[in-house]
Design a protein around this ligand. Sequence first.
Ligand code: CTP
Ligand code: MG
Length: 409
Amino acid sequence: MPFITSSISTQNKAWAVILAAGEGRRLGGACPKQFLSWRSKPLYWHSARAFSACACIEGLVFAFPAEYLERESRWLRSLGSDLGLPWHAITGGATRQESSRLALKAIPQNASKVLIHDAARPFLTPELIWRVCSAITSQSPNIAPAIPVNDTIKLVCENSPSLVEATLPRHRLAAIQTPQGFSAPLLREAHAKAAAQGYEATDDAALLEYVGHPVELVEGLRANLKITTPDDLERLMETDPRLPCSGFGYDVHRFGQERPLRLGGVEIPSPTGILAHSDGDVLLHALIDAILGCACLGDIGQHFPDSDPTLEGINSAILLDQALTLAKKAGVEILQADITIVAQKPKLAPWREQIRRNVASLLGLPKERVNVKATTEEGLGFTGAQEGIKAFALVNGWRNLPITTVADQ
Ligand code: CTP
Ligand code: MG
């Protein structure tokens, strides 16, 4: 596909419009897709960042649904100088075309160039912005990025979409993306005419075609996808970086004769046992709390209350297994655990390696990623008085953050 090319210059800067006023009906979900959180920021923000990285951009206009205008304006204002560009936020219209038309009113009257971009394309790069922006000239005032079509495209019958009417010549087809770049006065004119004559289209270039102005193509970017249907969410998952996470756990058990002393699933010969509802494995309880901490899932008491009669005397290895399943569902992968047991008696050094091996196997980790330490408190406190035993656990892992809606700021 022969594309037009041009050299980069910062002459004649452009205003950019980010269309973020749709409902995202095809995607569904709790909020319109442009407000999904990706890399801890709303989706539309990523396009804004790409524009703000380009010296050819003079300012930005955001079109939001009426009910989001105030919240998003507040959020954008709270970022202060982060954008480094003047910006305005407006209420969009009932259609994409109407949002674009209204946004044009918010750019300065004397602006010569304008770029219109879908907020639902978060993978936009500064390179593509430069390519579009610098291709706009007085001879080529209307520019759209395009990528060659790889699939064979068939035209289906108007009244029977499962029936093929014709096969289109693939070498003449192009998939069109945004940002599209225009001479601002020409685009305004095309919008006015289309609105007056009731012509509707799914992109701005079509309006220029409608009023008889040529639209020229520059090379698009395959990665510059539009998030449209639920399948597309995988693109956000794949590119979302995993974040390191850590969780801390602490537990205490009183000595008594109710249960044998068990630490990390290993039964330790001891003149004193443990008082507990479950098997009283203080080490595993601290470890479970640390795992739940990694996944921000509360604590052991919430998930396994000691008022639950089915948990009477339960092997804590079973609880650990359930905590690991919960953490996995929350996108957490446990990498390493460091555990400290505090007891005046019995002496734990002879059992340290066995406990370590057992805990590693319960966590499904090589033993090199599990550390078990034991210490006394020099005769001080309740451990020193041999009234009980305590354990600390620190767990580290990776966390894939789920795609969520942005909470009210
Ligand atoms: N858009 C807009 N105003 C509208 C409709 C759409 O600003 N009234 C924006 C969307 O927010 C999106 C872009 O135009 O960034 C492309 O439109 P599309 O992918 O169709 O998004 P939606 O209209 O939101 O989705 P759907 O058609 O599935 O409802
Ligand atoms: Mg739409």
